[in-house]
Design a protein around this ligand. Structure first.
Ligand code: CP
Length: 305
């Protein structure tokens, strides 16, 4: 386990170990306060972020390590035309581990091929977001008590949503998961996910356009934002951006033990009135992200308590 570029870089056993370590950290935070003393994390963010970058940084600081990095391409030498490979080779001289977000699919993979320190994909274009997937798995485990025998509805922008692609890829490796893919026609899950992930794993899935028709069947509702930054045409974004707005009325038929997740940031797709519903776990999800990133970095750096 050297880099984390794709969620399937981790075996199910390794994921289980990371989740168990995250749970141990949550239960006894002082015991981990110095395990990364002397270690440096570099956060190389060529694209905006609140949760991923700051939770990575908070994670390393809570483990007793330190952090360097940049939060936009414009504040790095990428703005002068430096390649991802050269940036990574330089940062390798300054840090022990890299977390990279980039608008181009495959950029963290290129970085990982050019350095001898661990590289973590913190989101590459509309492709994958494996640490969000670990965050989502920990959230599901903590709030539902299991990672199998679940009906999960993904709702919103399933075409460009890298968190959705990553989580489908991961959950299709667990037993008896039923996927309900809720989106407008234009924002359906890409064919390569259907063919190479869902069909290949024999996963049970169906596609619908209206969340109301499946709400009573869901154990988890995973809402997503329609992402303005991924559209080539502003008019298409305007037309599709409010396709789904979850409110308390739409939750009337939902199960009592439904969990509502969202990788965040949200725009309009979940009304703020839903925040106080006990089934809404998206801000807890953001917190789980910090603990699971602590566990991941410990594993990649070979650190123990
Ligand atoms: N979930 C997530 O990736 O959020 P940020 O874009 O704020 O990092």
């Amino acid at each position: 386990m050297k880099h984390l570029i794709d969620p399937t870089d981790l075996t199910l056993e390794e994921i289980d170990e990371i989740l168990k370590l995250a749970e141990d950290i949550m239960a006894d935070r002082p015991a981990y306060a110095e395990v990364a003393k002397g270690k440096k994390l570099a956060t190389l963010f060529f694209e905006p972020s609140t949760r991923t970058r700051l939770s990575f940084e908070a994670s390393m600081l809570e483990l007793g390590g330190s952090v360097i990095g940049f939060s936009s391409a414009n504040s790095s030498s990428a703005a002068k035309g430096e390649s991802v490979a050269d940036t990574a080779r330089t940062i390798e001289k300054y840090a022990d581990i890299i977390a990279m977000r980039h608008p181009k699919e495959g950029a963290p993979l290129v970085a990982s091929m050019n350095v001898d320190i661990p590289v973590i994909n913190a989101g590459d274009g509309g492709h994958l977001h494996p640490t969000q997937t670990l965050t989502d798995l920990l959230t599901i485990k903590e709030t539902k008590g299991r990672l199998d025998n679940l009906t999960i509805g993904f709702c919103g922008d399933l075409k460009f949503g890298r968190t959705v692609h990553s989580l489908i890829k991961q959950l299709s490796r667990y037993e008896n998961i039923h996927f309900i893919l809720i989106s407008p026609n234009e924002l359906q899950v890409p064919d390569y996910i259907k063919e190479e992930v869902l069909d290949k794993n024999g996963a049970d899935y169906r596609e619908v356009e209206r969340m109301e028709e499946v709400m009573d069947q869901l154990d988890i509702l995973y809402m997503t934002r329609v992402q303005r930054e991924r559209f080539f045409n502003e008019a298409d974004y305007i037309r599709l951006k409010d396709s789904y707005i979850l409110n308390l009325e739409k939750l009337e038929n939902a199960k009592e033990d439904l969990k509502i997740m969202h990788p965040l940031p949200r725009v309009n797709e979940i009304s703020v009135e839903v925040d106080k519903d006990p089934r809404a776990v998206y801000f807890d999800q953001a917190e789980y992200g910090k603990f699971v990133r602590m566990a991941l970095m410990m594993k990649l750096l070979g650190l123990t308590k």
